[in-house]
Design a protein around this ligand. Structure first.
Ligand SMILES: *[C@@H]1O[C@H](CO)[C@@H](O)[C@H](O)[C@H]1NC(C)=O
Ligand SMILES: *[C@@H]1O[C@H](CO)[C@@H](O)[C@H](O)[C@H]1NC(C)=O
Ligand SMILES: *[C@@H]1O[C@H](CO)[C@@H](O)[C@H](O)[C@H]1NC(C)=O
Length: 427
């Protein structure tokens, strides 16, 4: 065996490349993060090369302008959302078939189809979608902000509209335009939480966090009605607007209520909604008993709970809680994902980092758990917004790690009291 060959073999083993899939080591937890998919620029599954090239010539598709921000997993579909912040985004709601794509850089397929992703086609097409949610009743909850552009370039092409798809038939089950009273001049909604109650699929509410308008919009599936909740806890902490991410220093001082996660249903029959402003290091909580009742939600200032701060480097984008009460949250300052077992008090000593990587996890933008697997998308968003991405480098990644392996050996693994069933401290 030549020494060059041996060296090549060693390099191959060191890179850990298996069928184009790389295994990233992590500094915390027991398990390595698996890089499932990666992209330098996003690409879309046009019916043929000719139409793809034509779209590029016409400026309908500009690969460098596409930034993926949200993910969701349902059966064999991995959904990926791409907001229309810049020109040339052919589809905002897309998926990757997990049957036919085991790794690599797959092209995105518009969901449910190309026609229903037409920008500015109010009522028939989705314009801009951020984070999405698939519920256990096989419905996909999609808020279309109707906007094209970002910041001071934003055009409101269509009204804010909640679309609920039947994932088994790919048909729209419900379309609901937010009322004028639900939003304001600054409204920017990028996150959704869906609350299924004890009453089953019909007993559903959606909570939409208005990051820049500082509100929470509640939608009742049964009543087909929405209302807006306001609270000073939705506002950013003025001392938490400075960020250092991906080698950049920048200020996002206006970012209010952002990530939300819902606890399991407690003995009282309700969940707790945990939420945090983006420019803040603090978590807050409110019972869905309050949010679900339009009257109560308007007059319950003191029902909102303040939880302790996560500590320095505690900025957090998306979060979620699984059915066992385990919360995961993206720690954007640390290129990491954190966990908290909600049977323990919310305090930094009860948090752990389950995954961290200074290249692969620059700006974890969304996080999901599906069938015992933790999924994270990282997208270098601040570099995209505040500077320019290097398109010869990998910019976007979707990574997975089994939940059990991620929390092994951390404070999130088990509570010292064991399962305490229905009496949770935050109720
Ligand atoms: C929009 O914002 C950008 C950067 O934040 C600034 O450079 C530009 O001048 C602004 N344009 C207008 C029309 O306000
Ligand atoms: C829900 O309400 C909207 C108007 O706010 C209406 O257009 C729509 O048809 C209603 N849907 C159902 C299923 O009642
Ligand atoms: C862009 O990324 C490539 C690949 O990682 C790297 O070799 C190159 O140095 C980068 N360019 C800049 C300007 O950082």
């Amino acid at each position: 065996m030549s020494s060059e060959f041996l060296l090549l073999c060693l390099l191959y083993l060191a890179s850990g490349a298996v069928n184009g899939i790389q295994r990233w080591g992590t500094q915390f937890g027991q398990a390595p993060l698996l890089e499932r998919f990666f992209w330098r620029t996003m690409d879309f599954a046009y019916p043929d090369e000719g139409s793809r090239r034509l779209a590029m010539m016409k400026g309908d598709f500009i690969p460098e302008n596409a930034l993926p921000v949200g993910i969701e997993i349902w059966r064999n579909k991995l959904f990926v959302s791409v907001p229309r912040w810049r020109n040339g985004i052919p589809a905002t709601l897309n998926y990757i078939s997990l049957d036919t794509n085991r790794g690599g850089s797959p092209r995105l397929t518009p969901y449910p189809n190309w026609a229903q992703n037409k920008a500015g086609a109010c009522g028939s097409g989705l314009t801009t979608v951020y984070r999405i949610h698939a519920d256990s009743c096989d419905r996909l909850w999609v808020l279309d902000t109707g906007t094209i552009g970002i910041g001071n370039t934003t055009i409101q092409a269509c009204p804010y509209t909640l679309n609920v798809f039947d994932l088994t038939s790919d048909k729209i089950l419900r379309q609901y335009r937010l009322r004028a009273e639900d939003i304001n001049m600054n409204t920017f909604i990028a996150n959704i939480a869906v609350d299924l109650g004890r009453g089953g699929c019909e007993d559903a509410f959606a909570y939409l966090s208005d990051e820049l308008g500082y509100g929470l919009i509640v939608y009742s599936w049964q009543q087909n009605k929405s209302w807006r909740v306001t609270h000073s806890y939705f506002m950013p902490d003025p001392l938490a607007g400075d960020y250092n991410i991906g080698g950049l220093n920048f200020q996002w001082g206006e970012e209010g209520i952002f990530g939300m996660s819902l606890s399991p249903i407690s003995a009282s029959g309700f969940r707790t909604l945990f939420f945090h402003p983006l420019s803040s290091r603090r978590e807050f909580a409110i019972s869905t008993r309050i949010l679900r009742d339009e009257q109560l939600s308007q007059d319950s200032y003191h029902e909102f709970q303040v939880l302790p701060e996560r500590g320095p480097l505690g900025h957090c984008t998306a979060s979620l809680m699984d059915e066992t009460g385990l919360q995961f949250f993206n720690l954007i300052d640390q290129n990491a994902v954190g966990c908290w077992n909600s049977q323990l008090p919310y305090a930094p000593e009860n948090h752990a980092v389950v995954a961290r990587h200074d290249e692969a996890l620059i700006f974890p933008a969304d996080v999901k758990v599906n069938r015992g697997m933790l999924w994270v998308i990282s997208d270098r968003m601040p570099v995209f917004l505040e500077s320019t991405l290097n398109y010869t480098d990998v910019n976007f990644r979707i990574l997975t790690v089994p939940v059990r392996d991620a929390i092994a050996g951390t404070v999130c693994e088990s509570s010292p009291w064991g399962l305490i069933g229905n009496s949770v401290w935050w109720e």
